[in-house]
Write a protein that binds this ligand. Structure first.
Ligand SMILES: Cc1cc2nc3c(=O)[nH]c(=O)nc-3n(C[C@H](O)[C@H](O)[C@H](O)COP(=O)(O)OP(=O)(O)OC[C@H]3O[C@@H](n4cnc5c(N)ncnc54)[C@H](O)[C@@H]3O)c2cc1C
Length: 460
């Protein structure tokens, strides 16, 4: 059997038995059939079963619950989307943008509420979020972000910090300022996803693992199709995020972008004394090429980033979870952020694909005529967004009109990605150019202009 504990430290440390559940064994019928046992599939099942006990909900998972990004991520449960408020406002109006942002704050609270009330030991800790400027080049981005929150009426949730105030929270080399909000939490991703799977089963949901959905059929006769039988249901939910790009019909809806992570050994109290970080805030810098940090409950530093190269044709393969140059770069970042950790030991390195839509816009969709629902395209912000998606899908599927079903994420359709080789050329160019802009900004102390081709292409 495959060693699922080797997928990420989160699964290794989940405290759960990772032996796969039985595979599907012949066709069956149910009310809702879900592809994927990550947060999206599991939250959708959870809210459906809470609302309609007795509903027959079946989840089909190719590997084990939590195998995907849900069991591998950076532990940020934050009120952020990959699409900016300004862009949401341009597309859907100011009020709609405000409602989406409010929904992300509510999603963080909701994850915490369910953990408390259902006894999910998912390490939910609302320590807040801190974005730091590591050098003068980062300060304008912090101020711009603050002004954007102010414009949409959320300024009371955010505070600009100077270098001293930032250091009171966490001592990072070169940090000249920060943008802080208490509205975010850190979680234990493995415990959350594995706990959710057990919770769904307690509520009567059924999970079949080791079963790949090879295709699906719309109504009439809607079903998830597998080599081991069909799961027929009036509603099917496609909750496979990056992996959905493997289904022929969704091949160009998302591309897999690999995000990679390194993890240190637990640091001793003297080292934590030097670094601070007592609040366990989730932390990132303003770099265009994306970094993210969290402090685990047992005192390790997790450092993640998106430096791994996009591969021609959007393949997803286990070997891409590890990319030696990117992992080495991440270890270097840890030493540069925290110079006292020069000799720190790294115990784990892993990664995984996140799902990126062409327009950076997440989608939560349901078409009652075809019976097909889906939620996807969260890029690096799926922990809280998947909860929002699960509640929204449950509302849509049970035919309720609520504030959630009015959000502009609902029934959004992203354009398809370009065919290859244009996709590869474009994505690799942007990845390379953003890294270069970061290096230039760090060398000169001046922020990227925002007008370069790569920044305009990646504008979100
Ligand atoms: C390294 C990394 C770090 C990240 N860090 C953060 C973070 O700190 N904060 C944050 O908010 N977000 C983060 N994200 C993104 C976040 O983890 C995801 O957006 C979120 O977990 C997506 O949940 P999901 O259930 O939609 O997809 P997944 O968790 O990927 O689950 C999809 C499931 O579907 C299964 N599946 C796929 N195709 C099939 C098929 N054909 N048949 C059967 N089963 C199938 C897969 O095996 C998988 O288990 C990160 C992602 C990665 C990869």
């Amino acid at each position: 059997m495959r060693d699922y504990a080797a997928v990420s430290w989160w699964l290794e440390d989940s405290g759960d038995d990772l032996t796969p559940r039985p595979a599907l064994d012949g066709s069956l019928e149910c009310d809702v059939a879900i592809l994927g046992a990550g947060y999206t599939g599991l939250w959708t099942a959870y809210y459906l079963l809470k609302r309609a006990p007795g509903l027959r909900v079946v989840i089909i998972e190719r590997e084990i619950a939590g195998f995907g990004a849900s069991g591998r991520n950076g532990a940020w449960c934050a009120p952020d989307l990959n699409i900016s408020l300004a862009r949401l406002a341009r597309l859907h109006g100011e009020d709609a943008a405000r409602r989406v942002q409010q929904a992300t704050y509510d999603a963080v609270e909701e994850v915490g509420r369910v953990c408390r009330e259902e006894g999910l030991e998912a390490g939910f800790h609302q320590g807040g979020e801190l974005i730091v400027a590591r050098g003068p080049q980062g300060l304008p981005a912090l101020r711009a972000a603050w002004r954007e929150y102010e414009r949409f009426g959320f300024a009371d949730r955010y505070q600009l910090l100077d270098a001293g105030q930032t250091a009171e929270r966490i001592r990072i080399a070169g940090a000249l300022g920060g943008l802080w909000t208490p509205s975010a939490a850190v979680i234990h991703p493995g415990r959350l996803v594995r706990g959710l799977a057990r919770l769904v089963e307690r509520l009567g949901g059924r999970i079949f693992e080791q079963t790949e959905v090879t295709d699906y059929r719309a109504a009439p006769g809607s079903a998830l199709l597998t080599a081991r039988g069909e799961v027929r249901a009036p509603t099917i939910v496609l909750a496979g995020e990056a992996y959905l790009s493997r289904l022929p019909r969704l091949r160009r809806q998302l591309i897999p972008i690999y995000s990679l992570i390194v993890l240190t050994e637990p640091l001793d109290p003297a080292r934590w004394e030097e670094i601070g970080w007592a609040g366990r805030e989730v932390v990132a810098s303003t770099r265009l090429s994306v970094d993210y940090l969290s402090r685990t409950a047992d005192g390790r530093i997790l450092f993640g980033g998106r430096g791994a190269p996009y591969r021609f044709g959007s393949p997803i393969r286990d070997e891409y979870d590890r990319h030696a140059p990117t992992h080495e770069q991440l270890r270097g970042f840890v030493r540069s952020w925290f110079p006292t950790l020069r000799d720190v030991r790294f115990t784990h390195a892993w990664g995984g694909p996140l799902g990126m839509p062409r327009d950076w816009h997440p989608t939560i969709s349901y078409d009652p005529r075809s019976g097909i629902a889906s939620a996807r395209g969260y890029i690096g912000h799926g922990v809280s967004t998947a909860n929002l998606a699960g509640r929204t899908l449950a509302d849509l599927i049970t035919g309720r009109n609520t504030a959630l079903t009015e959000l502009p994420l609902v029934n959004h359709r992203s354009p398809d990605w370009e065919p290859e080789p244009f996709r590869w050329l474009g994505v690799r160019y942007v990845q390379w150019a953003l890294g270069r802009l970061d290096r230039i900004a760090e060398r000169t102390g001046r922020p990227p202009s925002g007008r370069s081709l790569a920044e305009r292409i990646a504008d979100h």
